[in-house]
Design a protein around this ligand. Sequence first.
Ligand code: AMP
Ligand code: ZN
Length: 483
Amino acid sequence: MADTPLKLFNSLTRSLEEFQPVHEGEARVYSCGPTVYNYPHIGNMRAYVFADVLGRTLSWKGYDLTHIINITDVGHLTDDADAGEDKLEKAAAKSEKSIWDIAAHYTEAFKADIAALNIRQPAKWSVATDYIEPMIDFAKSIADRHCYELDSGLYFDVSTIEDYGRLARAVTEEGEGRIDTVEGKRNAADFAIWRKTPPGEKRQMEWDSPWGKGAPGWHLECSVMGEKLLGFPFDIHTGGIDHREIHHPNEIAQNQAFCGCGGLDEATHSGAKIWMHNNFLVERSGKMSKSSGEFLRLQLLIDKGYHPLAYRMMCLQAHYRSELEFSWEGMGAALTRLKRLVIAVEALRDEASQAVAEHPKFASVLSKFDGAIADDLNTPIALTALEEALAIKKVDAGMKRAVVEEMDRVLGLDIFDLTRADLRIRPKDAQITEAEIEADLLRRKEARLAKDFATSDAIRASLAASGVEVMDGDPLGWEWKLV
Ligand code: AMP
Ligand code: ZN
């Protein structure tokens, strides 16, 4: 079923390319991980839903997948263009907790969101501070030919490698960084690969190095963990589209220096064969920003009664390279769509899954699904293929189950394990319990049978006052929901 050759959009060449693994039968993927100074927002999680669909697709197509996601617990400054403070040092300065405790807390919170979104665990969570020694070794190996030292740190001179910034293409004033951000920089785009602790200061996270006490630059971390864990060149590097402008061009420059490679007409000189970027989840009123007070965390969605997998559904409904606009109406629509799927598979739940046999009734939806996923992970179309498979009539239920299960292995909506009860998340401020609702509904049913419509209406009104909408005649047979 998964025969269509996989085509992926390579941001480096700005074109669709057929996936050809570096190592036969394998797929090695590195995804830039979160900076753990705060909870992730749901925009961040879109990046990992995308990386998960990519990983699941590679597994489904038969490749032996090694997926690495890193945890950035040091080095990421408040301004990507090499200015500002370390995000974690800044968070720790405002808190009574140590920087290590802060990193541990938000790493756990991130992993909880990963699990809630049914994102598969990577082969390894690589924590940046576990790789300080290799980072220093890497920096040492390129320092002579590609770097220069200033009072504030060791800087990479981007004029020493070919094709700097090819990934970003349009190098903007802002994206490139300003020459005046650091005194003594040779080129505007030069960046710190090691930041020295200023004299007289003590940082919570600092290490000795040939360039003095300090901390690694953020870009160095990903170059080193990618190289150590996957080897250059590996297959695919992923991240959000913001990383296409600064972080990844800088990683690529370091990788070229480390390999002693030439220009980027040969994509593998960048350290990876394919660079993929998900577009942003946007929200008009700025609730995506972690500095905006109540920002959009997965937990906020849950508190409002939306199952996390409804958010996964929302992501899958858009192509990963399209911007996706968040709205609560959109969340409601995604939840309804997920409910429809869960109800549709209820009928198949007790069927023993059969091998996906060739069956003319399934042939066209299977090839539609495979064609969509193989076409740069077109999940919106793949979802419709799954729905079409569920709607096929007069076929063996076990076979249908097998087909739908196979599709969900890639989409990861977990529809065979989800139940109606799971999807009926109580909004945080709801008081009434499910048992009370069910008891009231039973009394109402009895009243209606006895044609006592006054009592039936009174029960309905009292449920409404407790935030329960009774859904008589709902085509999905949903019966009730908390509003
Ligand atoms: P950070 O924790 O800021 O390093 O970001 C973690 C990941 O989320 C990176 O791959 C970012 O590119 C990505 N990202 C940040 N904001 C958004 C957003 N609004 N939508 C999608 N991805 C995002
Ligand atoms: Zn990175």
